[in-house]
Design a protein around this ligand. Sequence first.
Ligand code: UT7
Length: 328
Amino acid sequence: MTGTHPAPAAVVTGLGRCLPETVVTNDDLSRHLDTDHAWILSRTGIERRRRVAPGTGTGDLAVAAGAAALKSAGREDCDLVLLATTTPDLRCPATAPTVASRLGLGAAAFDLSAVCSGFVYGLTAAAAMITAGTCERALVIGADVYSSIVDPADRGTAVVFGDGAGAVVLERGRRDAPGALLHAELGSDGTGADLITIPADGTHLTMRGREVYTRAVTTMTESARSVARGAGWSTDDIDAFVGHQANLRILASVAKRLGLPPERVVSNIAEVGNTAAASIPLALADAAAAGRIRAGDRVLLTAFGGGLTWGSTALVWPDTEAVCDVRR
Ligand code: UT7
């Protein structure tokens, strides 16, 4: 029998974030780097970013963001912790089990590496596990400490990246519930692997920014359009477009191609820079906290990053209050 019970879905019920306290402005960077505020602002839209204090790592930010998301959902437990990150605390083991233990959770836990697309990949994987019945409730965290892998002398990356973490709680629910993930698509193209990389014999991230930029605009536009269609929306139905916060000009170009007016584009890049896997949940948390996205809004998430990887997710925003947290 079909029709009496709607298909199960994964539903967003909580949202949290964590930003380190230390603020690094464009002027701070200009003191030891051949760059200046005007260049950084006009080329990226970034005014400042956050940086962890020595001794603070991805796991610390992930625990704080995860705790905030659970609090926002009014929950104390979950049976899956999925951490999207490129900067795990250790090469082995994964950071997620430690995060789960520190949160007092006896949950399945694993890291997911899809660079700046990691959070959207993580949401999609966790949603599939929920709808398959593998787990009931998942904490999906995007956390990165790029200050640990960026070369402070490389002006092409040092001005761009910041540290942070964002998290959502996903629960098994109904497809017609606010917060249900309606449609998602993921993609990759490994022929672009060398565009964003840490070589095996290196310690620092390298990025061929201009080439990534061009690929990001076309791929994000196609992905967003395709997922809107899959959700049964026209692009005009999108109330809030939450793209990976890599560059304000990329977001503006994608929005223009989608025919979206600037007021439907969510961006917090001016304040936090590119926070990699944390970028989309941080943008969501900031927008929700500011009332910029409200219950019932049709929200489209689109990510793009190293791999190359990309993905989009469509959902109707739930009545969820973002819980914010800041740590040193
Ligand atoms: O998060 C994963 C996905 N990542 C992205 O999507 C990043 C996409 N790429 C970008 O956002 C941009 O390519 C950057 C912000 C990284 C660079 O901006 P751009 O407008 O593409 O600059 P460019 O690399 O083409 O460089 C243009 C000029 C060069 O000088 P010349 O050769 O024209 O004399 C650079 O040396 O700007 C110079 N430049 C800088 N000047 C001042 C590069 N970085 C800087 C800087 N300050 N920080």
